[in-house]
Design a protein around this ligand. Structure first.
Ligand code: 5GP
Ligand code: ZN
Length: 116
């Protein structure tokens, strides 16, 4: 996956404002934030989307969620609340084909999805 933009961020080939990093995951600010706090958390290893995870990835996915919760607290949006979002595939609105968890907060975020 030579061209994957988030693999490049993980490998520091493209700059991003990283907020957390360990051997397995990295969290960085979204380049086009939709709320005062908008962070993306990704595994460093390329996985295309939630549709591609296997049972072996369960711990890795748990780490993404756990670290999102810690960042929410550090960034001051724990009390007010926040949204965690995985988009999956085209109907899900996923644009970057490297799995990422959005942490969105810092303002009221009412559901954009309404009953049909
Ligand atoms: P998706 O629609 O795939 O769930 O979300 C992709 C997100 O990645 C978008 O919110 C977009 O602003 C963000 N994004 C795309 N390219 C870059 C980039 O090069 N750097 C950073 N920091 N965010 C990016
Ligand atoms: Zn990738």
């Amino acid at each position: 996956m030579e061209e994957c933009i988030f693999c490049k961020i993980a490998k520091k080939e493209i700059n991003a404002e990283a907020l957390f990093e360990d051997d397995d995951i990295i969290a960085f600010r979204d380049i086009k934030p939709i709320a005062p706090i908008h962070v993306l958390l990704i595994p460093k290893r390329h996985i295309g989307s939630v549709a591609e995870i296997s049972e072996d990835d369960a711990l890795l996915m748990g780490k993404l969620i756990f670290q999102a919760k810690r960042l929410a607290r550090e960034l001051g949006t724990e009390e007010g609340g926040y949204k965690l979002l995985f988009r999956v595939g085209s109907d899900g609105g996923q644009e970057v084909p490297h799995i990422h968890l959005h942490l969105i907060g810092g303002a009221p975020l009412f559901e954009e999805i309404r009953p049909i």
